[in-house]
Design a protein around this ligand. Structure first.
Ligand code: NAG
Length: 300
């Protein structure tokens, strides 16, 4: 669907585990709070594997011994859903879709994830269903996924690759491919050059375009505040995931960054003209304009 800034956008964000929404938190907050967008969220796993750093939160959750793997796996799916709802309240998420795939263990290799952890075909079908019907007959304008990377948690890349595969199949079967969302990949690590994901041409970034990377500045101030910026939102959200005790430390150290980076997939252009790309450019230009005309952002 063509993204027009005169009508409110509808957006589907895809994450593997509750707390991965942190990757898009600046952009989503702006979409819902400044642009009147509707944002829904798919969470692919049940998050049960996140017991390692749950110890500190045990007193908040009925003194369940969450850091014990057996107990953690049993209770964390419910607890982490609640934490995601709390985070979603900050971000203004409308609807949540849980695909309940098992969060068995960390493995960078997506083929292992598909072979031993998830029901791959079922997840692709669910993505097709959510993309087609999650926002009624209108569909979504935009879909946010994690940029697949061989350095990422395999669940992150796997979620993204299955979402892209759903788009791939819908493009081939839909009466109108124009009703499908434009897909952007958010970089989990600071990326200087987007790499391809081996074996998955559907994850290629558009080449030879005027622009295929878009940035959201997390140091932009919000609501004319001289001090509060989008990093504040990241910490609010990290703070909602109390069962994930290492999260705030992670965001102060190796995930610390000043910008969110979004990449435009080549699959968006398979049947279209360049309209989708220019709409994304307009969107990010518009977001920059909103923030940079705010005096608190011009005085640095
Ligand atoms: C973890 O909890 C299970 C179930 O209550 C128990 O059988 C097991 O001994 C516990 N493991 C440890 C290391 O405490």
């Amino acid at each position: 669907m063509a993204i027009s800034l005169t009508t409110a956008l509808t957006v589907l964000a895809v994450i593997a585990h509750p707390d991965d929404e942190l990757m898009y938190s600046g952009l989503i907050h702006t979409l819902t709070h400044q642009l009147g967008a509707t944002v829904d969220l798919v969470c692919v796993t049940n998050g049960e594997g996140g017991f390692t750093y749950s110890g500190l939160s045990e007193s908040l959750y009925g003194n369940l011994q969450l850091s014990n793997e057996t107990i953690g796996r049993k209770h964390l799916p419910r607890i982490r859903q609640q934490e995601l709802f709390a985070s979603g309240r900050i971000l203004g998420i409308r609807k949540f879709f849980f695909y309940d795939q098992v969060d068995l263990k960390y493995d960078r290799d997506v083929s292992t994830v598909f072979a031993t952890q998830w029901d791959k075909e079922w997840v692709i079908e669910q993505f097709q269903r959510t993309i087609k019907t999650g926002n009624g007959a209108d569909g979504y304008d935009l879909m946010l996924i994690v940029l697949p990377s061989v350095d990422s948690h395999g669940h992150h890349s796997a979620s993204a690759l299955l979402a892209l595969e759903a788009i791939n199949r819908l493009q081939r079967t839909s009466a109108s491919h124009m009703s499908l969302p434009t897909v952007l990949g958010s970089a989990e690590f600071i990326v200087t050059e987007p790499s391809t994901y081996p074996g998955y041409p559907i994850a290629e970034i558009l080449e030879n375009a005027t622009k295929s990377e878009f940035r959201f500045n997390l140091k932009w101030k919000i609501n004319k505040s001289p001090v509060i910026d989008y990093k504040t939102i990241r910490f609010w959200i990290a703070g909602e995931h109390k069962s994930q005790g290492s999260l705030i430390n992670d965001f102060l150290t190796h995930y610390e960054r000043d910008e969110e980076q979004y990449f435009y997939f080549a699959i968006n252009e398979r049947y279209d003209d360049l309209e989708r790309l220019s709409m994304i450019e307009n969107l990010f230009d518009h977001i920059a304009a909103i923030h940079e005309t705010d005096a608190s952002n011009t005085v640095r």
